[in-house]
Design a protein around this ligand. Structure first.
Ligand code: LMR
Length: 411
């Protein structure tokens, strides 16, 4: 009898399984709109020029070695990363009540935060994540034993924010619950609250004494503007919230495989801050010992050098602008050229890497089987997979399924 006889078969990961299916497809017209990873106009991964430059600096540095980083990571990285998201003049940084731990990208930061809360947060065991959600949020919080519920987020009629629904779910949620919010470019919908809506969300969370956990995977990449993409986080800090921010440098630096990120904690005072810091250290030590150095060194070089910093801004604006252009092109084909039934404004209104198209699971199936276009069953597309060579092909495929596949699905 095997020790593992009772291990059940887990389903494959939806997003990475799509990548594998796409790679196995031999059709020349295939299009990958699954995983959220930037592609250039030739459909190829893009190494940011500033990252190339920083890599050269590292390679030419005779003092570079491969020693361990500290348990909380590379200080020049975590300090610059905190300033990037909280703002250089953040009161939390000035008052020594912000602490950061380097993590295994954004996922690792969410995990570290979730683990921390599962051990040290006693007000509630409920975590609220958006509906629809990025599947990994659910998986991570469940893994640490928290009770995951969802708040309304998306309005399927308008393909926009269900603001009333969101507010009423927060109001109905337990006092003290943990609320996971996407700082910008919500995954999977590409729909963000306006600043006025953020203010109301903050008001409700404060009234319900709930705990705010931001996930920020797209700063700069979403709108092309670092401050705009950080505005919600900074507003909450200005309102005196204690909070977590999980930060990823996968998308805005194109450092997907380097797993470079940080968890930032803003607390009430420097004494609490110190205790939190000690526990973050313990958790990092027990889970990853200390974080990987390479990506953090690249990001640190860029964030701490004004010339490289400006080059980075130029680079992520190239990515953000190409995505905006693809939104315009797709919108143009659907509305002007093909007169595809339905409204398509959401394609240009949504922001960031993803668009929630409104396509149903049966339509997605036909897109995959007939057109070799890969996207998740909930109708999410990674805009970065579109380019001038395939956007018309995709629009025509969408036009076909919208006209001819009518079976309903609710994902
Ligand atoms: C995505 O949502 O496609 C990306 O964030 C990749 C991932 O880890 O799921």
């Amino acid at each position: 009898m095997s020790f593992f006889a009772e291990v059940p078969l887990a389903p494959p990961d939806v997003i990475f399984h799509l990548t594998a299916s796409y790679q196995a497809d031999t059709d020349a017209k295939k299009v990958n709109l699954g995983v959220g990873a930037y592609r250039d106009d030739n459909g190829k991964p893009w190494v940011l020029p500033v990252v190339q430059k920083a890599k050269q600096v590292l390679l030419n540095d005779p003092n570079l070695n491969h020693e361990y980083l500290t348990i909380r990571g590379l200080p020049s990285f975590t300090e610059a990363a905190a300033k990037l998201i909280l703002g250089p003049d953040s009161p939390a940084i000035a008052e020594n009540r912000a602490v950061s731990a380097q993590s295994i990208s954004g996922t690792g930061a969410v995990y570290l935060g979730a683990l921390f809360l599962s051990r040290f947060y006693s007000k509630s065991k409920t975590v609220l994540i958006s509906n629809p959600t990025w599947a990994n949020h659910k998986a991570i919080f469940e893994m640490v034993g928290l009770d995951v519920q969802q708040y309304n987020y998306y309005d399927r009629e308008t393909n926009g924010l269900d603001f009333e629904g969101m507010i009423s779910s927060l109001e109905a949620a337990p006092e003290g619950a943990i609320v996971l919010l996407h700082a910008c470019a919500h995954n999977p919908t590409g729909v963000d609250p306006t600043m006025d809506q953020w203010k109301k969300i903050a008001e409700v969370i404060k009234a319900k004494k709930q705990f705010t956990f931001f996930d920020c995977a797209y700063q700069g990449f979403a709108s092309g503007n670092l401050d705009r993409d950080a505005a919600a986080v900074r507003y909450f800090v200005d309102q005196g919230f204690e909070l977590f921010v999980a930060q990823s440098f996968a998308k805005n630096f194109g450092l997907y495989g380097e797993r470079c990120g940080a968890l930032h904690v803003v607390s009430q005072n420097s004494e609490i801050n110190n205790n939190v810091k000690s526990q973050l250290e313990k958790l990092n030590r027990a889970t990853i010992s200390n974080p990987p150095a390479f990506g953090a060194r690249i990001v640190s070089l860029v964030l701490n050098d004004p010339t490289l910093f400006q080059e980075w801004v130029d680079d992520f604006q190239i990515m953000a602008n190409r995505i905006k252009e693809m939104r315009q092109k797709l919108f143009h084909y659907l509305t002007e050229e093909l007169k595809t039934p339905g409204t398509w404004n959401h394609i240009v209104d949504q922001i960031g890497m993803f668009s929630f198209t409104g396509l149903t699971a049966p339509q997605v199936k036909v897109l995959k089987e007939k057109y070799h276009v890969y996207l998740t069953d909930n109708g999410r597309i990674s805009m970065a997979g579109l380019n001038t060579g395939n956007v018309e092909y995709f629009a025509r495929a969408v036009d076909d399924v919208v006209r001819n596949v009518h079976q309903k699905s609710q994902i």
